[in-house]
Write a protein of this length. Structure first.
Length: 129
């Protein structure tokens, strides 16, 4: 059984950077389909919602933008590092998103595309599929 093809959105305020990333991603066309591009985080949030994209390539240096428009679309937050007062933990609490931080090895042990169940109260992350 083959893995499901991921749907991606590219977010960068520079058109040339979006083009270059799209070109690089073409060699992974069997695994990834770029469903759209956006020049702002707000546009990306609308695009992710409209296309059901499950991967977002986001330029972290978008001028004047924080990425907060994408946060309500997250199902959970899991990080390898951080603690109770880390940015990830605070964002999870403020937005009511289940979160487990400071796992040390979650991103190495959980395969890309795996479905996980996150219980922020118990501090548990379980792979469900």
């Amino acid at each position: 059984m083959s893995a499901r093809r991921r749907h991606a959105v590219i977010v960068d305020d520079e058109r040339l950077a979006r083009f270059e990333l799209r070109t690089l991603l073409e060699e992974h066309a069997d695994q990834l389909h770029v469903v759209g591009e956006a020049a702002s985080v707000a546009d990306a949030a609308r695009l992710v919602h409209a296309t059901d994209a499950d991967v977002v390539f986001l330029d972290i240096q978008l001028a004047g933008e924080t990425g907060m428009d994408l946060l309500p679309l997250l199902g959970a937050i899991v990080t390898d590092s951080g603690g109770l007062l880390s940015h990830s933990a605070i964002v999870a609490r403020e937005y009511g998103i289940p979160g487990v931080v400071g796992t040390r090895e979650a991103t190495a042990r959980i395969a890309d595309g795996a479905r996980v169940r996150v219980d922020g109260d118990a501090g548990e992350v379980s792979v469900v599929g």
